[in-house]
Write a protein that binds this ligand. Structure first.
Ligand SMILES: Cc1cc2nc3c(=O)[nH]c(=O)nc-3n(C[C@H](O)[C@H](O)[C@H](O)COP(=O)(O)OP(=O)(O)OC[C@H]3O[C@@H](n4cnc5c(N)ncnc54)[C@H](O)[C@@H]3O)c2cc1C
Length: 288
């Protein structure tokens, strides 16, 4: 397992900005990113400091990756599914596992939402966003996972040994990951998540019904809020709660950029990344 002082999840402006500071402070720094984030779709950036001419979001990110590497940070492409804490943090990704004294969540904001009747209403009453946190409550019971990518299959793998049965529901989307043999996969569109006080099942667009006691939402990749919840960090809707030093309520866990809410701009993300880096430097040095 690779071991670092600091692991930064997210290679957008917040994560890379933090890496510049932690590397220059001589902390062993790893930046993990799965793609180019929000800036992949930004063709023309002209409101960021120091740009004599507009540049594309991709170019801005690629330049900063080179800058971070030159200063000593390691950068890898991977998608993180899970974070746990036991003295240090352990991060599990598609390509491997990583360990660090401090972690910065800088995974941007999630733009993926499932607009399914009943889903929001039953959050906390059978609708869950964290298999490792809640699997225990569904021992021997029927559950379903909503998602169609690797992250959904990872959540399914956490539930299979505990639940009585677990189905994967893609809500009309193409299945993009390999599912363990014997798991029921339903690719039909979902009309509603049912239940008055708690989840009782799911009804599909064609009227067919799947009885279930729990529905685990794992759409797209694990976002910052999903990862934060896995280690017990407080969240507020789609944002992670941080103090003025970008620290969460979990010692050693920090967050910066779009995932903390507020003004979703490059300059804010870069500033928060720098602030989080200073806090992580202090935390790692104090921790020895
Ligand atoms: C189309 C568009 C145009 C924009 N134009 C401007 C503009 O002109 N000026 C401006 O200031 N702002 C602009 N923004 C906003 C700006 O892009 C964001 O505020 C900024 O990118 C936020 O930085 P971030 O580092 O917090 O998140 P992001 O840039 O979104 O980076 C998040 C990173 O996390 C990684 N990641 C996510 N999940 C995982 C996971 N599970 N495992 C590993 N890695 C993960 C992603 O790969 C990505 O590298 C624009 C946004 C969009 C969508």
């Amino acid at each position: 397992m690779s071991e670092y002082d600091v692991i930064i999840v997210g290679n957008g402006p917040a994560g890379l900005s933090a890496a510049l500071y932690t590397s220059r402070a001589n902390l062993r720094t790893l930046v993990i990113g799965k793609d180019q984030g929000a800036l992949a779709k930004a063709d023309r950036i002209e409101n960021y400091f120091g740009l004599a001419e507009p540049i594309s979001g991709c170019e801005l990110v690629e330049n900063t990756k080179i800058q971070a590497k030159n200063l000593g940070a390691d950068l890898v492409t991977d998608e993180i599914f899970h974070i746990s804490w036991n003295q240090d943090f352990t991060l599990e990704g598609r390509e491997g596992s990583y360990r660090a004294k401090a972690v910065l969540l800088a995974t941007g904001t999630s733009r993926k939402k499932a607009d399914i009747e009943g889903l929001s209403r039953l959050e906390g009453h059978g609708v869950s966003y964290c298999a490792i946190c809640d699997a225990f409550f569904y021992r021997g019971r029927k559950v379903a996972v909503l998602g169609n990518e690797e992250y959904a299959v990872h959540e399914l793998a956490q539930l299979l040994p505990v639940a009585g049965s677990a189905a994967l529901l893609t809500d009309g989307k193409e299945l993009k990951a390999k599912v363990p043999e014997g798991v029921q996969v339903i690719t039909k569109k979902i009309r509603s998540v049912d239940g008055e006080e708690a989840v009782t099942g799911v009804t599909f667009a064609d009227g067919e019904r799947l009885p279930a006691d729990g529905l685990f939402v794992a759409l797209g990749s694990a976002g910052a809020v999903d990862l934060a919840r896995k280690v017990g960090a407080l969240t507020d809707g789609r944002s992670i709660q941080v103090d003025e030093a970008m620290a969460t309520n979990v010692p050693g866990l920090f967050a910066a950029g779009d995932c903390t809410g507020g003004l979703l701009q490059i300059s804010t993300a870069v500033g928060e990344g720098a602030k989080a880096a200073m806090s992580m430097i202090k935390y790692v040095r104090r921790d020895g």
